[in-house]
Write a protein that binds this ligand. Structure first.
Ligand SMILES: *Cc1c(COP(=O)(O)O)cnc(C)c1O
Length: 366
C-alpha cells in the first residue's frame, strides 16, 4: 500500500505503464512488419502524451500520429524525434500550425490543401500529404471516382507533396475493413499511380479495426501502413474485443480515493423522479450493502468504461461521484480503489484536468 501522503498528493490519478506500452507497440510493429506493413503509433488516446510518444518511438514506430495538432505540437516541443502525422483532416484556420508541427497530414479538401501549400511555401517547406479516400464508412475522404480529379487539381500546388493515399473504416459507419475493401484500396492506388505516373510511399489501410484482416490475409496487396492506437492500450482486437495473445492488457489504471463508506440500502427510499442527468435510474435490490463513494465522476471519466479491480461493482454515478458496492472488500475512507479502463474511458480520464497522469516504468524499457 502507498502511504497516505502519496495518496493525498496524487489522487485521482491515471497510471500509465510505459513498459507495457513499449512492449505492445513493439510486438504489433513486428507483426505488421512481417506482412510488409509499417505502423504509425497513434497518441490521441493519451492526448499526445510525450512519455507515451517516447515509448512508442523507442519501440521502433517510424511515425507518431494524432488527430489534434495541439498534441503534435506537444510532442515536437518535448524533443521527441519522429515523423509527426496529423490524421484528422486539417481545418483552414489551423494550416499554419499544421505546417509548423506536422510533417505529414491526411487531407480530403482541395481548398485546405491549397492553403497548406501556400503556408508551406511561406515557411520554405514541402508539406507532405496523404489523400483520404472514403470506401463506405462515410467519415472523411474523397469518393473513389473523384480521386483522379482531385489529384489532377493539386498537381500545381508547389508547397505540398502527395506521398500516398489512405482510408479509414470501422469508425462512424462501422464498415469492416475486409479483404474486399483492402483490394479496392490497392486497385485505386495502382490506377492513380499509373494514370499520373506517381509512386506512392504510403498506402495507409486503416486502424486497429484492420487487425483481423492483416492477421489472416495472404494478400495485403499495396497496403503498406496502418495507424494503431486502441490496440496498443487495451491489448484487444477492436472488432470483437477478444484478447490478442501476446499483448498485455491494462496498460493504464485509474486510482481514486474513497470519500465515504457507509452501510445503506441498495434501493433509494421515496418517490423516484429523474436523476442528475435526466434519466430514471434502475437499481436492483441487494438488501443492505456497504457503499463506497469515490472522488471521481462523470465530469472526469466515462464511468461505463471503468471496471473496479477486486470484488466490487459500480452501482451509480453523478458528475462528481462514483458509487461502488464494496461487497466484502475492506476499503476505508482515505484509501483508494483502482479501475481498469476501456479506450474511451482512458481518453476521457486523460482529458480531465482533475486527474493527474502518472507514468510507471519510465526508465525500465530500452
Ligand atoms: C483514431 C484514428 C486511428 C487510430 O484508431 P485506433 O482504433 O485507435 O487504432 C487511425 N486513423 C485515424 C484517421 C484515426 O482518426
Amino acid at each position: 500500500m502507498t502511504g497516505f501522503s502519496d495518496i493525498f498528493l496524487r489522487c485521482p490519478r491515471i497510471e500509465i505503464d510505459l513498459g507495457k506500452v513499449y512492449r505492445n507497440t513493439k510486438l504489433l510493429r513486428q507483426m505488421f512488419q512481417a506482412q510488409g506493413i509499417s505502423m504509425m503509433g497513434v497518441t490521441k488516446g493519451v492526448l499526445g502524451s510525450p512519455p507515451v510518444a517516447a515509448a512508442m518511438t523507442a519501440a521502433g514506430v517510424g511515425f507518431l500520429a494524432d488527430s489534434r495538432i495541439e498534441n503534435l505540437k506537444k510532442i515536437k516541443e518535448a524533443g521527441i524525434n519522429n515523423t509527426r502525422v496529423l490524421i484528422r483532416t486539417p481545418s483552414m484556420s489551423k494550416v499554419k500550425q499544421v505546417v509548423t508541427y506536422a510533417d505529414i497530414s491526411f487531407n480530403s479538401e482541395l481548398p485546405v490543401i491549397r492553403l497548406l501549400s501556400d503556408e508551406a511555401r511561406a515557411q520554405n517547406k514541402i508539406h507532405r500529404i496523404v489523400l483520404m479516400v472514403d470506401l463506405g464508412d462515410l467519415r472523411e475522404g474523397i469518393l473513389p471516382d473523384q480521386m483522379a480529379q482531385a489529384i489532377d487539381s493539386l498537381r500545381s500546388f508547389e508547397g505540398i507533396k502527395l506521398i500516398g493515399i489512405g482510408t479509414n473504416l470501422g469508425c462512424v459507419g462501422a464498415v469492416l475493413p475486409d479483404q474486399e475493401k483492402m483490394d479496392e484500396l490497392s486497385r485505386i492506388a495502382t490506377t492513380l499511380e499509373s494514370r499520373f505516373n506517381l509512386c506512392f510511399d504510403l498506402i495507409s489501410g486503416g486502424n486497429s479495426a484492420n487487425y483481423p484482416w492483416v492477421n489472416k490475409t495472404d494478400r495485403v496487396g499495396r497496403v503498406n501502413n496502418l495507424r494503431i492506437g486502441e490496440m496498443i492500450f487495451t491489448g484487444n482486437n477492436t472488432i470483437d474485443y477478444a484478447r490478442i495473445d501476446q499483448l498485455e492488457t491494462n496498460t493504464s489504471c485509474l486510482v481514486a480515493e474513497v470519500i465515504e463508506v457507509k452501510e445503506k440500502d441498495s434501493l433509494p427510499c421515496g418517490t423516484i423522479c429523474t436523476d442528475a442527468f435526466g434519466e430514471v435510474p434502475v437499481f436492483s435490490d441487494r438488501g443492505r450493502i456497504r457503499r463506497g463513494i469515490l472522488e471521481i465522476g462523470r465530469q472526469d471519466v466515462l464511468t461505463q468504461g471503468l471496471t473496479p479491480v477486486g470484488d466490487m461493482e459500480i452501482i451509480g454515478s453523478s458528475s462528481d461521484h462514483v458509487i461502488v458496492d464494496l461487497k466484502a472488500t475492506m476499503v476505508k475512507v482515505g484509501e483508494t480503489v483502482r479501475f481498469h479502463l476501456t479506450y474511451g474511458a482512458l481518453l476521457s480520464a486523460m482529458t480531465s484536468p482533475y486527474i493527474e497522469p502518472v507514468y510507471l516504468n519510465e526508465g525500465s524499457y530500452p
